[in-house]
Write a protein that binds this ligand. Structure first.
Ligand SMILES: [Zn+2]
Length: 384
């Protein structure tokens, strides 16, 4: 079982320079790979894979352009990974899963320095420091956060990243399997959505509580009281006699309603999680929802915020940890809705309005339930 840990590090000045140089080279190579393939494409030539690109770069391009030989000085595993990332971006584009890959801009993009354990001395971790290939020992700010080598844990790979002048390391650690006999029931998949809050592969559906009569009534009441409050403010601006105490009273009324609505939503989430965990599944599989992306969509943001998906995910993780349940997070590009759970065929033209999934193999199922089954049975996932 692999688990990832991310924590702040405190590199020396010399190490900082190295990190910046490596990340700079990775960004350069990534962009170069994109540009090169774009050029091939424009000339009607075949797409170049990550492997072929690296062979071409080393054997042909760099020997003709010695001014770029600094590329070779960078930690090669990191450079290779950035070309692989470029290939992944293209694959997604070819599969119509994302737009044409973007060039990475300096300071704006999340280019990371990848590293991997290649020999026994790599990636050792002590309470206060970690050995990162090409950097050496780097101090960790939060001592003991990453499981140590001494205790038998093995770091497989990781990345170093920079954000707002702070440095972070993220590592994948192999943890011993500790499946407790307690959670011996079958694993379950959960499909989260806007129509219903959650559809579970065990057959349970949790409705979207915001569509309940009770919350609709409270929301209406809130809008009314908010209007009343802004009217009082406007009157005050116009110079009319409105008592400050009255405004204060109205403000309190609005706040209390906000709280009440918020509490109902939180209670609901807690209840769902408690119910799911109580069934003692050996694992729970969910989709890695792009909450930030959905919040940027102004048509969705209010609905998404009111469903508290992020809070759900965080709390579910805590409960899973407490109860020794493995939480599997499935990549958001995995076509859980479009895949037929019966024959595995992918239905590319599935529309958001298609509530029933019908496959040419004869399988007919509720769209979200089909997705929950696919999440349950997904074979690639990250353990959170
Ligand atoms: Zn089918």
């Amino acid at each position: 079982m692999l688990k990832s840990f991310k924590t702040e590090i405190n590199p020396s000045e010399e190490q900082k320079v190295k990190i910046h140089k490596t990340i700079g080279t990775c960004r350069f190579i990534y962009n170069f790979y994109l540009a090169h393939n774009k050029e091939l494409y424009d000339n009607g030539e075949k797409f170049m894979s990550s492997n072929r690109f690296r062979v071409w770069l080393n054997n042909e391009y760099l020997s003709e352009h010695p001014e770029y030989s600094w590329i070779k000085k960078a930690y090669s595993k990191a450079v290779t990974q950035s070309v692989n990332n470029g290939q992944t971006a293209f694959t997604r584009f070819f599969n119509h899963e994302s737009a044409f890959p973007n060039f990475k801009k300096k300071g704006k993009s999340d280019v990371k320095m990848y590293f991997v354990k290649n020999n026994p001395k790599d990636c050792r971790c002590e309470r206060h420091r970690i050995n990162i290939p090409s950097l050496g020992w780097v101090r960790i700010k939060e001592k003991g956060y990453i499981p140590t080598t001494k205790d038998g844990y093995v770091i497989k790979s990781g990345t170093v990243s920079i954000k707002a002048d702070r440095y972070y390391v993220s590592v994948l650690v192999e943890l011993p399997d500790n499946k407790t006999a307690d959670n011996s029931n079958a694993g379950i998949g959960i499909d989260l959505g806007l129509k219903d809050f959650a559809i579970v592969s065990n057959g349970k559906t949790y409705k979207n509580i915001n569509k309940s009569a009770r919350l609709k009534k409270l929301e209406k009441q809130l809008i009314r009281e908010q209007r009343c409050l802004s009217r009082k403010y406007e009157n005050l601006k116009k110079g009319e006699v409105t008592q400050r105490a009255n405004i204060q009273k109205q403000k309190l009324k609005v706040q209390k309603l906000h709280h009440r609505i918020d509490n109902i939503r939180t209670d609901y989430i807690n209840k769902i999680i408690a119910e799911i965990v109580k069934t003692k599944p050996s694992y729970i599989a969910i989709e890695d929802l792009n909450v930030n992306g959905m919040m940027k969509n102004r048509h969705l943001s209010k609905a998404v915020a009111s469903q508290k998906f992020y809070e759900f995910r965080t709390k579910l993780q805590v409960k899973c940890n407490e109860n020794g349940i493995e939480l599997r997070v499935i990549d958001r590009w995995y076509p859980s809705s479009k895949t037929c759970h019966c024959c595995g065929a992918i239905k590319k033209d599935l529309k958001l309005s298609d509530r029933i999934f019908k496959c040419s193999c004869g399988y007919v199922e509720d769209r979200d339930f089909n997705a929950a089954l696919n999440l349950r049975d997904a074979i690639t996932y990250e353990v959170a």
